[in-house]
Design a protein around this ligand. Structure first.
Ligand code: SME
Length: 156
C-alpha cells in the first residue's frame, strides 16, 4: 500500500470518531499491517511531571515496550525536544538510543503537535532491518501525523 492509500484509510478510520485511544490504536494497527518490515508501530504521549514533561507509552503494535521516556532521551525524546522527525538508519550509531527490542536496527520518529503547537506525543516505527526508513517514509508519516493532529489532537 502507498502512503497516499494508507493516509486515505486513516482519514476514513478516524474522522468523526471522538475516542482518542481507539483512534490511536487503529492508526498503529494500520501502519503495522500495511507497511512491510516494521517490527513496532505506535505512540508515546506527552505527560506532565513535577519537573517537566515525559513521554508515556500509548497504543501500539509489536513487542512490549518501555513505559516512560524522559524528554530529550532516546530517539523519541529527541524528536519531542527538537520538534523534528528523527530518521535513524542505524540505531546503534544514535547516541542514547533506548533499546526496547534488541533486534531493532533502524527507526523513525515523527512528532505530533496539538492545537497550541505543543508536542502532544510522537509516532514511532522500528524495523529489524538497517536503513529500513527513507525520506519517502518521513514524508508519508508526516502526512499521516497531520491527519491525526487534526482528527485526534484538535489542531486546525
Ligand atoms: N527506541 C526508542 C524507544 C521506544 S521503542 O523503540 C518502542 C527510543 O530510543 O526512543
Amino acid at each position: 500500500m502507498t502512503y497516499t492509500e494508507i493516509n486515505m484509510c486513516l482519514e476514513s478510520l478516524v474522522s468523526g470518531v471522538p475516542h482518542r485511544t481507539a483512534n490511536l490504536a487503529n492508526a498503529a494497527a494500520l501502519l503495522y499491517q500495511m507497511l512491510p518490515d516494521v517490527s513496532w508501530a505506535g505512540f508515546y504521549l506527552t505527560s506532565p511531571t513535577a519537573d517537566g514533561q515525559m513521554l508515556v507509552l500509548g497504543p501500539f503494535q509489536g513487542k512490549t515496550a518501555c513505559i516512560e521516556i524522559p524528554w530529550g532521551r532516546g530517539v523519541c525524546g529527541t524528536a519531542a525536544q527538537t520538534r523534528r522527525t528523527q530518521l535513524v538508519p542505524d540505531v546503534h550509531a544514535f547516541p542514547g538510543h533506548i533499546a526496547c527490542d534488541a533486534a531493532s536496527r533502524s527507526e523513525i520518529v515523527v512528532p505530533l503537535f496539538d492545537a497550541n503547537g505543543a508536542v502532544a506525543g510522537v509516532l514511532d516505527l522500528d524495523s529489524a532491518s538497517p536503513a529500513r526508513f527513507t525520506e519517502e517514509d518521513a514524508e508519508g508519516l508526516e502526512a499521516f501525523a497531520r491527519i491525526l493532529e487534526k482528527e485526534v489532537f484538535g489542531r486546525a
